[in-house]
Design a protein around this ligand. Structure first.
Ligand SMILES: Nc1ncnc2c1ncn2[C@@H]1O[C@H](COP(=O)(O)OP(=O)(O)OP(=O)(O)O)[C@@H](O)[C@H]1O
Ligand SMILES: [Mg+2]
Length: 173
């Protein structure tokens, strides 16, 4: 699915975090955005992933405009995307496996299917057997891998990664 950004702007008070950004991101590509700390990368990702509304401009997934959706439509569109946050945003009250399961619970997937998918994903990120671990007991890189597994759980059409491998060594990346 192609993503189009038209003249996006986001201001916080008098700080212009994102100013007049227009981009076409083609389907089936890995597209990176780089810039110095504080340049506005995370803000831009929040705008593209419908977590925050722009003050100006438009966001399209294919031909569908997604920056001005109603709550119900937003929930529907969000099911197409996965997001890995710079600070992981894991639930500290849930175990590793329960974190990965969360988006599938929201989609009301069958319990047995969820369990199976969680095992697959734990294996994918090389954390088989650590499903019962409380989040607080995991290392930074392990937390990041759980966040990656959670983002992949519902096989999203679009995956947003905000420095998704910053805590990982080259081999694990
Ligand atoms: N909710 C907010 N309220 C006020 N200012 C904000 C908010 N979110 C971001 N900012 C400011 O907007 C600017 C851009 O922040 P952002 O997090 O997008 O940068 P970044 O490019 O992701 O940086 P880094 O590489 O350090 O992660 C920064 O000056 C930041 O302090
Ligand atoms: Mg950032």
């Amino acid at each position: 699915m192609e993503i189009k950004l038209k003249n996006l702007r986001r201001v916080y008070g008098d700080l212009h975090a994102v100013e007049d950004v227009s981009l076409n991101i083609p389907s089936n590509t890995v597209y990176g955005i780089i810039g110095r700390s504080g340049a506005g990368k995370s803000t831009l990702v929040r705008l593209i992933s419908m977590l925050e509304k722009p003050d100006q401009g438009e966001v399209y997934y294919g031909d569908k405009r997604v920056d001005n959706l109603s709550k119900a439509e937003l929930i529907q569109e969000r099911r197409k995307i996965g997001m890995i946050f710079q600070n992981f945003n894991l639930f500290s009250s849930r175990t590793a496996a329960e974190n990965i399961a969360y988006p599938m619970e929201i989609c009301k997937m069958d319990k047995v299917a969820i369990k199976k998918r969680v095992e697959e994903l734990l294996e994918l990120v090389d954390l088989s057997g650590r499903g019962d671990a409380p989040i607080s007991t995991l290392s930074g890189g392990q937390k990041q891998r759980i966040a990656i597994a959670r983002a992949l759980a519902i096989q999203p059409d679009i995956l947003f990664c905000d420095e998704a491998t910053s805590a990982l060594d080259p081999q694990t990346t």
